[in-house]
Write a protein that binds this ligand. Sequence first.
Ligand SMILES: [Zn+2]
Length: 250
Amino acid sequence: MRAVGVHPDAVVVTSRMWQTTCTAIRVGEEAMLIDSPYFPDELDALPALLRQAGFEIGALLATHADYDHLLGRGAFPQLALGVGEPTAIRLRGEPGVAQKGLRDADAEYYVERAAPLSLGSYQSLPVPGYVGLGDQELELHPAEGHTADGTAVFARWAGVLCVGDYLSDVEIPMVHDLEAYRATLVRLAPLVEAAETVVPGHGSPHDRDTALRLLDEDLDYVDGLKKLPAGRETKRQREIHEANLQRLGR
Ligand SMILES: [Zn+2]
């Protein structure tokens, strides 16, 4: 797990698993954590790591309902998890799926976890919409296409944009719905233009120019569904590509 300051009031912590990111954002004394690391030891260490950096987390948010982004309560069990309304709908519509996803991944990688995924009574937030943090507001923008749900979170005052599973430098688009995915990329473009740092769900935080390049590459990919973006042509990414073709009936 590694932590990188991307702004005086924002830290991105990256898990050893799939380079899954979580982002702590602070306004005055109030701090929020978006998404989560994966491994139990990372979740155990996270509160102290963030406290040392001056982030006393008082709220949790998840960008979408895939289990690897829902583990914040593993680090902060006393807090409720906030999710965009589409994510709340998805969680309600497929009870137990996130829990099973985590169980299966843990089994595959021989990970021991003291307790199963507990979502508690998550709080549903309107998207598009806003969620308050101190005397600021985080913007919530719809971001479907990777999954049926998805929310991009923009701390505009800090220039930090957390997009969930889009604009990754390590993963090609995992596409659930091609038109929705494309529309999300188009919707993200002006947000990226207005951002200083773009945090993908997996991979490295990017500066604006890098994020715009990835956005172009990902648009090219979803338009043709043929050539993998340069620099992401690994065996695993070719498997994801094949799964995309299968899922989309190509
Ligand atoms: Zn993910």
